[in-house]
Design a protein around this ligand. Sequence first.
Ligand code: FAD
Ligand code: SIN
Length: 505
Amino acid sequence: MKTDYLIIGSGIAGLTFSLKIAQHYPERKVVIITKSEDAESNTKYAQGGVAIVMDHLNDSFEKHIKDTIKAGDGLCDPNIVEMVVKEGPQRFNELLKWGASFDKNDNGKYNLGKEGGHSANRILHRKDQTGKEIEEALIKQIGKQKNIELLDYHFAIDLLTSENRCYGCYVLNERTGQILTLRAGYTVLATGGIGKIYGLTTNPEISTGDGIAMAHRANAKTKDMEFIQFHPTAFYNPDSNETFLISEAVRGFGAYLKNKKGERFLFKADQRGELASRDIVSQAIYNELKSTEENCVYLDCTHLDKEEFIHHFPMIFEYCIKNDVNIESDWIPVIPVQHYLCGGIDVDSNGKTSIDHLYACGECSRTGLHGANRLASNSLLEALVFSDRIYKQITKSSVNKLTQTITAADLNPLEQCDLSDNYTNDLETEIQLCMREKVGIVRNNEELKQTLQQFKVWKKEIEQKFQQNTISSTLCEIRNMLDVAILITKASIKRAKNCGGFLKI
Ligand code: FAD
Ligand code: SIN
């Protein structure tokens, strides 16, 4: 199968790039592959919103830039931060044009929320389901674009590369078990996050770091893999591993974070209290739980206006009710869990990776925006800005149609053989346990080194299985999870100085 543009992933990054390139070249073919149903992605679950400066009376680009750099603890690339922040309003107008809508006040102005680390109200949102609103609007637009083919349940296995150039990828059709060789003029990785590697995460099941692992196996550079963001407030459920996100916007709305005794313990760590950035809040909760030997802390919303709360956070309210927590009288039990990867595939300011004709966008990429810790609601913004940068960069080039760019490369299709996946379930649980306990909020070199040795043993085993067994998406995912786990562990060993979300003792 051939296409001019191959996009791997159907979240905000993949879909916005696809729409732009398809509209620019109506005569060219754009193929999106996605490993689950079309809308399944991290994007769909985004709650808080998109951080964009809209209120130039009480806010400014300078303030947003300063907040982003402060949250990133000195490791952001200031040029990238400035570019992303300043391009935000244009990209937001495109979202509106594609049909997404955002909450407004009675006076017709956008209702701007606040989250940790932000010095002004600047979060555009649609209740507590901003991501769903965006994802649905984009999927609708994709359906209207005749030159886009969206293949759901198609799993990207590995990139096709030769002499540092990408020619597409091998794809498993999950419905038929058939493996396709999909050749492309340009390939964009938009495969999202890595949460499943930790097990306890806000991310959906699809988040197994596939794009990062594929890029790494093809020798693309990765960077900042040690900077894992833990979200401070996932609903704590002692009887299950379900970790539903309680948006940071709830704290922005005035909720207090308390220990069992009812103390607002965060002020010991930062004068901003509940509205300090996530790295600080998660680490403070970790320390509190360790010193009190409790299992969770609590979000207290009992002093807030219940009707207003329901108006802003209907999904969160309903989730709490279903779990026997009435926010009017009960505190919400919460714990920190994995939420976001600040690092990823290293890209330049146009989203290009270190491999020719291969771009990366969204959470799988490392652009320099987030440094050591991402500022809340900067991820959707980053994906919007970088998908546009990639689109502009690719359309600038004059010789980019597939027929002109493919040359004789050694592209041997993968053979298919027998399948087994009992083994992968146990291995997945073991990897998740290691990541939580040894590569979590607080790490130490000795344990990191032991863990790396263990990961290397499993890596050898899984590569053998991969050669000997029929390729399934489960087997590919576990192989990818292990590759990414190794990247995170190695980067954690290498980093000497604590900063942002990284803490080694
Ligand atoms: P995703 O939206 O995750 O999409 C990845 C796509 O790649 C999926 O379609 C997936 O199926 C596909 N894929 C992956 N591997 C393969 C493969 N091997 N083959 C084929 N397809 C593949 N950020 C904000 O800025 N504001 C928020 O309010 C916010 N809230 C969040 C709340 C939650 C609960 C979560 C989990 C995240 C939140 N984030 C938020 C982070 C943000 O949602 C994500 O970082 C962002 O949506 C990532 O978009 P993406 O397009 O890069 O990836
Ligand atoms: C949240 O709503 O708390 C998540 C926001 C984000 O990840 O940026």
